[in-house]
Design a protein. Structure first.
Length: 367
């Protein structure tokens, strides 16, 4: 028998057609994708370095600038999920040993703290129970104490259902020479955010939540202050793939006449993202925010009329895109989720990270 003969047969599963069930995606993401966005992703592939692709990327950049309310030139979409944007933000703006401050009131702060720790930053955390709100006074005290180069806050804390206030924090960060990094993966398009007006230095989101595109791309934007810091580093960022020096060229942001090959972007993912940003532009941000608020208000009322308690008590602090319910005592949240999925084809999820341990008593279901 020749060494090159095939000994592993074709797997039987591969000889069956792909099956994907219909699901109502009422978890914190991914969301159901409208046919127009799905169709955009199903278009024929073109090269990632074709001029037509550059045009599409330029459109995406404009769509993100609108969605973020920013004029930042350094605006791109990551080839990767929300985590790619989290790592890109931290890896590019922080150098080994530099101080980073992270507000932890759910899983996303925990994650960013771990990402910063892994790359060798000197990480300080401010901790609250899931859904807790940090006052500007508390934040300023911590900025003064730790003198971080970067401060991280989650705008839409999907693991708790909280929309954290952002006003005034950007100004405090400026005063203390800190870059202000905000996560809007779960909130962009659903809850107002104004990158330029709120002095947010770095902002990112994901494609698969309120933008209603498939998972796999993640818009991110850096302002001039953030660019000053990240392009005047002494050392190269730990990641080649996420190095903004390369990515800014790929997105035509560095003023160079040619875009050089760095990596092959997710062409279909960019088609879909462009279409979802186009829908947001047609609809308008104010209408999108209003719509989410209206639908969420209806849901909150219905749940409360059923006798359920919402996890975030203050209505003004509730995230319109992710509603969290305190699980009534004596109920098993896993069984409830399985029942809803089995009988209604609806996906809802339990708490995550620090909110997981609480689910049996006052856990959460997410819509
Ligand atoms: N931040 C927040 C607030 C999120 O809700 C999520 C996704 N649930 C992420 C970051 C991570 O995004 P991804 O799963 O796309 O990597």
């Amino acid at each position: 028998r020749a060494m090159s003969s095939v000994t592993i047969p074709p797997p039987k599963c591969m000889l069956r057609p792909l099956e994907v069930p219909f699901r109502y995606l009422f978890g914190p993401g991914p969301s159901n994708v409208p046919p127009r966005v799905l169709a955009a992703g199903g278009r024929g592939i073109i090269g990632h370095l074709h001029p037509e692709m550059y045009e599409i990327m330029n459109d995406i950049k404009k769509g993100i600038q609108y969605a973020f309310q920013t004029q930042n030139n350094m605006t791109i979409a990551m080839s990767g999920s929300g985590h790619a944007a989290m790592e890109c933000a931290v890896f590019n703006t922080v150098e080994l040993g530099e101080s980073v401050l992270v507000a932890v009131n759910g899983i996303w702060g925990e994650r960013v703290a771990e990402i910063a720790e892994r790359m060798g930053a000197n990480v300080h955390i401010m901790v609250k129970a899931p859904g807790g709100v940090f006052s500007n006074g508390e934040i300023e005290k911590a900025l003064a104490k730790h003198k971080p180069v970067l401060f991280f806050l989650t705008h839409g804390e999907s693991s708790a259902g909280l929309a954290h206030p952002v006003d005034g924090i950007g100004d405090l960060c400026r005063k203390h020479n800190t870059l202000f990094l905000v996560d809007t993966v779960a909130s962009l398009g659903a809850s107002p955010i104004f990158m330029d007006q709120q002095n947010i230095d770095i902002l990112y989101t994901g494609s698969q939540k309120a933008l209603n595109a498939p998972p796999g791309t993640a818009p991110i934007s850096f302002n001039e202050r953030a660019c000053q810091k990240m392009f005047n580093r002494k050392t190269k960022p730990v990641s080649y793939l996420f190095d903004m020096a390369h990515l800014s060229n790929y997105w035509g942001n560095d003023g160079q006449p040619a875009r050089l090959y760095h990596h092959t972007g997710p062409v279909s993912g960019f088609f879909s993202l462009r279409e979802s940003l186009a829908i947001l532009a047609e609809k308008g941000l104010e209408e999108s925010w209003r719509h989410h608020k209206e639908v969420a208000g209806y849901l909150w009322k219905g749940l409360e009329d059923m006798g359920l308690k919402l996890f975030i008590q203050n209505k003004d602090l509730r995230l319109p895109s992710v509603t969290t319910i305190a699980i009534p005592e004596g109920y098993n949240w896993r069984e409830m989720l399985q029942y809803i999925m089995k009988h209604h084809n609806m996906e809802m999820t339990g708490g995550l990270g620090p909110s997981t341990g609480m689910v049996s008593v006052r856990g959460m279901l997410k819509f």
